[in-house]
Design a protein around this ligand. Structure first.
Ligand code: BES
Ligand code: MN
Ligand code: ZN
Length: 492
């Protein structure tokens, strides 16, 4: 999507959108139209029961010179203070026009005293909502193809361009995440995940490195490698470093679960819906996208993104239920269920991250448990943390970006549930509290003094229906959250 900010409406053919709040005088908002246009628009609003609800649209066509123009009245709702309002409005307009035949959308903010931030938010929402991944559709009819190419925001604050620059970097990060999540597992597997990230972040100044199977074996990452045993695709540990902060300052570390396909392994999953497990790398996808966003806006912080990349397959070489593996931390793990593989991947990635970078703050993201979906549905991701301050910072970043988090409990009584009769720990507890015991498992691999949060994003990576900022499919969850978390707490 091309985005432009301008003081005046362009000439030529475009759809015109006029945002209007509950308090605005309709006649004033339509002041730029002639009398016939005002009558048409007012009647269309009434006929379509348009009540200026946030994101609601009333459509009409008015005569403009010697042609007709599509006019959209778009609601701003009652109050202007909602953080996501203008993004939502941009998203609604884009969803409405994406395949409408219109190529250009002009949103005229003149008269509503919109700031540059608000103007940039409309553009962000429109561009975010317009993202699609059609590369495998060779037979899409002309009518089903997107037509909207450009959005021009007229009359926003003078600093709109500047505000847009950061949001555009964020969008690029979100788009990378959505692409990684959307791609099928025959295309994105550990090696190709690394290569896709390298290409995508070229020239941004992110240092990228990947450990291969042999290097991981030498480091003793047998928990991670055990998951990978059944796969023909070799595993990788992807490391992305952004050194935008003071030299020598400890980095914030993000760790992502990157199971590029999760069959369950020998504890194989049922066939119905298994294709969804192509997005079991959503945590790694979010970490990669966040690194791109953070580097793209040249954040003044040191941030490291680490992705544990493996494929979980059943095979003659696959690990078995009951196997005991020694993790890099030295702790032994009884693998009761090979489908509880995410924690096995993360524990070694987290141990390596802490040994290598000695962070004060470690945040992991993972599509870790189906139980998380049962608990919170698709609205909130679960947050587990050993630090109340970190909980507040993350929850706040979540509220402000729409990547919402809800804190879940940790505790010794839950921790006891994963004691093993043969090893230090087993990889599953009872059916109850499945998301919490998964988090307890990870906590056993957190070093003393490290502020750690685990985000279980199993319910938010993929959406069965369109949201205000995404179409159905990959949401890009976590990128805006991590970017905002860094901006608000680790810069300056
Ligand atoms: N990747 C899944 C969790 C998942 C399920 C994510 C559905 C998104 C949607 C994870 O590896 C898994 O299989 N977890 C098991 C754990 C169980 C064996 C303790 C689960 O949730 O059933
Ligand atoms: Mn699994
Ligand atoms: Zn999994």
């Amino acid at each position: 999507m091309k985005v432009r900010f301008s003081a005046e409406r362009p000439s030529g053919s475009f759809a015109l959108a006029l945002p209007i709040s509950g308090e605005d005088m309709l006649t004033e908002r339509l002041g730029s139209l002639d009398e016939a246009g005002r009558t048409l628009a007012a009647r269309a609003a009434e006929a379509q029961r348009f009540e200026r609800e946030a994101g609601a649209i009333a459509e009409s066509f008015i005569v403009d010179g010697d042609s007709a123009r599509r006019l959209l009245l778009v609601g701003l709702g009652g109050k202007r203070d909602e953080e996501a309002l203008f993004e939502r409005v941009g998203g609604a307009l884009a969803a409405h026009l994406l395949t409408s035949g219109e190529k250009t959308l002009v949103v005229d903010l003149s008269g509503i005293e919109a700031s540059g931030e608000e103007a940039a938010k409309i553009a962000f929402g429109a561009a975010a909502r317009s993202w699609r991944y059609d590369i495998y559709r060779t037979k899409l009819s002309a009518k089903a193809k997107p037509t909207l190419e450009e959005i021009v925001i007229v009359g926003g604050g003078a600093d709109a361009e500047e505000k847009w620059a950061d949001k555009s970097a964020l969008l690029e990060g979100i788009f990378l995440t959505r692409e990684l999540v959307t791609e099928p597992a025959n295309i994105i597997y550990p090696e190709s995940f690394v290569e896709r990230c390298r290409k995508s972040m070229e020239g941004l100044g992110v240092e990228i490195e990947a450990l291969d199977e042999q290097q991981m074996a030498e480091l003793g990452m047998n928990a991670l490698l055990g998951v990978s045993l059944g796969s023909a695709k070799p595993p990788r540990l992807l490391v992305m470093r952004w050194n935008g902060g003071e030299p020598g300052k400890k980095p914030v570390v993000f760790v992502g679960k990157g199971v590029t396909f999760d069959t369950g392994g020998i504890s194989i999953k049922p066939a119905a819906g298994m294709e969804a497990m192509k997005w079991d790398m959503g945590g790694a996808g979010a970490v990669a996208g966040a690194m791109k966003a953070i580097a793209g806006r040249k954040a003044k912080a040191n941030v490291i993104g680490i992705c544990g990349l493996v494929e979980n397959m059943p095979d003659g070489k696959a690990q078995r239920p009951g196997d005991v593996v020694t993790s890099m931390s030295g702790q032994t793990i009884e693998v009761i269920n090979t489908d509880a593989e995410g924690r096995l991947v993360l524990c070694d990635a987290m141990t390596w991250a802490q040994k290598t970078y000695k962070p004060d703050v470690l945040v992991d993201l993972a599509t870790l448990t189906g139980a998380m979906l049962i608990a919170l549905g698709h609205e909130f991701a679960g947050m587990f943390t050993n630090d109340d301050g970190l909980a507040v910072q993350l929850a706040d970043a979540g509220l402000k970006t729409g990547d919402k988090l809800w804190r879940q409990p940790l505790g010794a009584a839950y921790d006891k549930l994963i004691d093993s009769p043969i090893a230090d720990i087993k990889n599953v507890g009872p059916r109850e509290a499945g998301s919490i015991t998964a988090a307890q498992f990870l906590q056993r691999f957190v070093d003393d003094g490290v502020k750690w949060a685990h985000l279980d994003i199993a319910g938010t990576v993929w959406s069965g229906k369109a949201g205000s900022l995404y179409d159905k499919g990959a949401t890009g969850f976590g990128v805006a959250l991590l970017d905002r978390f860094i901006a608000a707490n680790h810069e300056g």
